[in-house]
Design a protein around this ligand. Structure first.
Ligand code: SF4
Length: 72
């Protein structure tokens, strides 16, 4: 469910699980990036607007490590 007050999602990324291959970046490039030195995901926008739900959900589904979650 989106935050009723803001209309934004809440996204979490588990960097310990991430292997840095960037599927999430392809799905939602305004929300995720990859730190190429650390080879880990960077959460650019932890509270994306509701309109990005489909893209973020796609990123969650595409992540091979199960490192991403929509938590609110
Ligand atoms: S898709 Fe998952 S494993 Fe790959 S960079 Fe994104 S969070 Fe990390």
């Amino acid at each position: 469910m989106p935050n009723a007050l803001t209309g934004h999602l809440r996204v979490e990324a588990n960097r310990d699980r991430c292997d840095g291959h960037g599927q999430c970046l392809l799905a939602a490039p305004t929300v995720f990036d990859v730190d190429e030195k650390a080879n880990k995901v960077i959460l650019l926008d932890p509270e994306p607007v509701e309109g990005l739900r489909a893209a973020v959900q796609r990123a969650v589904s595409m992540c091979p490590m199960g490192a991403l979650e929509i938590v609110g």
